[in-house]
Design a protein around this ligand. Structure first.
Ligand code: HEC
Length: 110
């Protein structure tokens, strides 16, 4: 019984929609016409490894700029460059880790 309660507890944390990524990134990205996974795959194509993808995203989100974007020019002309994040470095790292876990495809590749 204790074990069951514990696994339910762990499951609820896992499914909990109020983590930093859902609260910060997704709430804003939900309003955009391009879903958040599209950006992720563009980063993955360009940077390949987990370390490089996460570093590039961290740099971009801390200080977005035209010369760092992975998005096509037409997209940026239409939607503009995003504002720098209000999260601390640590919160941002956590958010990017969750983002990574959510969309990484390496585990699914054969
Ligand atoms: C206030 C709104 C807002 C928040 C909060 C936000 N984003 Fe964004 N994000 C945008 C917009 C708008 C764009 C498209 C413009 C651009 O690429 O700069 C974007 C673009 C991106 C891109 C593509 C960057 C590129 O190369 O152009 C990534 C990756 C991304 N967001 C991830 C995140 C993550 C992860 C978080 C949470 C830590 C987050 N965003 C929080 C609005 C937001």
């Amino acid at each position: 019984m204790g074990k069951l309660i514990l696994s339910l507890f762990v499951l609820s944390i896992f499914l909990n929609a109020s983590n930093i990524y859902e609260k910060n990134c997704v709430t804003c990205h939900k309003k955009l016409p391009v879903t958040i996974d599209k950006y992720f795959y563009r980063y993955l194509l360009k940077y390949s490894s987990k370390q490089d993808v996460q570093d590039a995203m961290l740099k971009y989100i801390l200080n977005p700029s035209k010369d760092k974007t992975v998005m096509p020019e037409a997209f940026i002309l239409r939607f503009g460059i995003k504002k720098p994040t209000t999260l601390s470095n640590k919160q941002l790292e956590e958010a990017i880790e969750i983002y990574w876990e959510k969309y990484k495809v390496f585990g699914k590749l054969k």
